[in-house]
Design a protein around this ligand. Structure first.
Ligand code: DQA
Length: 154
């Protein structure tokens, strides 16, 4: 019998709908359309065992509704780049705390190095995540999927 695919929802928060265009000097020149190919490269033959879904919203409620639906739909794991809500949203943290889906927090930029903006040093997502990947641009999403694969199926 064919193995059940690992379903992973990739969630992007506000202003991440224009990756590649938005401040490319900080966030890079590639868009999310590069991610599936990256996952194939990183996972090799195992990529066929992963099913990726993508969601982006500029609204806090939209993200929370989608995460709740992921729980209802029994999605296996999450990759979350909540954009600026990372640093502000207790509501998002509350959602991740109860749905308890394995989650990897991703950021395109290296937040630890953005010391000009101390608010960016705090994350409400990290406390409910297995781990954090930051600073590798769009590759971070692929690495997060690979990490989830290793953790859940490796
Ligand atoms: C970001 C970092 C956040 O501080 C910022 O608000 C973003 C993008 C990143 O991917 O580097 O929108 O999450």
């Amino acid at each position: 019998m064919a193995k059940k695919k690992l379903r992973i929802l990739v969630v992007n928060g506000p202003n991440l709908g224009h990756l590649g265009v938005r401040q490319p000097e900080i966030y890079g020149t590639q868009g999310m359309d590069a991610v599936p190919g990256m996952v194939c490269d990183l996972l090799g033959k195992n990529a066929a065992e992963v099913s990726l879904e993508f969601f982006q919203s500029n609204s806090e409620g939209g993200i929370i509704d989608r995460l709740t639906k992921a729980w209802e739909d029994k999605v296996d794991a999450l990759v979350v780049n909540a954009g600026a809500y990372t640093h502000t949203s207790l509501a998002l943290a509350d959602c991740l705390a109860w749905i308890k889906l394995p989650c990897v927090e991703v950021h395109l930029s290296n937040l630890a190095a953005r010391t000009d903006d101390p608010l960016r040093q705090r994350s409400f997502v990290g406390r409910h995540s297995i781990g954090v990947i930051a600073g590798f641009g769009i590759l971070g999403y692929g690495l997060a999927v690979q990490a989830l694969w290793k953790r859940l199926r490796g």
